[in-house]
Design a protein around this ligand. Structure first.
Ligand code: G3P
Length: 221
């Protein structure tokens, strides 16, 4: 399963890229609003220079012409831009028009397998069900990931399921087991995946045993 970072924070993206585990980046208007002093275009350009993986840039227009205008503009920023379009009647039309133009899309705000199926049929490369927001309203977000991943594989559809709105590390494991092709994660969750109390304790123990052994040797000399 590929791992994307769900952020517009350049420092976070650089760190995870250095770890060698970054496959792409997803942004949205909320994440962009947390950055300051630069335009969305400038931020996207810098992100595309850090990773060669897909970088999702989200449209805010709600009409087809507006979505097409924004998406075509984003697509010119870099070859690895993927235009993020919300699931809606106009969104499906825009996705289908982008597909005809060879512009890759990520259909966002998916909350059911049927919505994902429609987005795939319209030509979206990435299908983004929001796991955490479904869990928030007492539904089972992972069920959508499992059902949609099964549908995509069973019917050999050329789209990938991207598990989004991930809230904790267990969501990552469950997404991988449910067949998601990609999960997009906040930086904090990638950090949580790195650490385990027994790993951190083990590192400290090895260090202190090593220091004690060297001290003993030095005392003998
Ligand atoms: O990329 C969008 C998605 O991951 C949003 O997550 O935490 O705002 O539900 P969240």
């Amino acid at each position: 399963m590929k791992l994307f970072l769900d952020t517009a924070d350049i420092d976070e993206i650089r760190i995870v890229e250095r770890w060698g585990v970054l496959d792409g980046v997803t942004t949205n208007p909320t994440l962009f609003a947390k950055t300051s002093g630069r335009t969305y275009d400038e931020v996207l350009k810098e992100i595309c220079g850090i990773t060669s993986g897909p970088v999702s840039a989200e449209v805010v227009a709600e009409d087809v012409d507006g979505m097409l205008k924004e998406g075509r503009h984003f697509a010119k920023i870099a070859d690895n831009i993927v235009v993020k379009v919300p699931m809606s009647e106009t969104g499906l039309e825009a996705i289908s028009r982008f597909a005809a133009e060879g512009i890759a899309t990520n259909c966002t705000l998916i909350f059911s397998a049927n919505q994902g199926l429609l987005a795939a049929k319209a030509g979206a490369s990435l299908l983004s069900p929001f796991v955490g927001r479904l869990d928030d309203i007492n539904e089972e977000g992972m069920t959508v990931i499992r059902e949609l991943s099964d549908i995509i594989r069973f019917h050999e559809i050329d789209s990938e399921v991207l598990s989004a709105s991930i809230r904790h590390p267990r969501h990552v494991t469950d997404s991988a087991l449910a067949g998601a092709h990609v999960a997009t994660l906040p930086f904090k969750i990638v950090q949580q995946m790195v650490h385990h109390p027994l790993t951190d304790k083990g590192i400290a123990q090895f260090r202190s045993d090593w220091d004690a052994a060297r001290k003993a040797l030095a005392a003998k000399a």
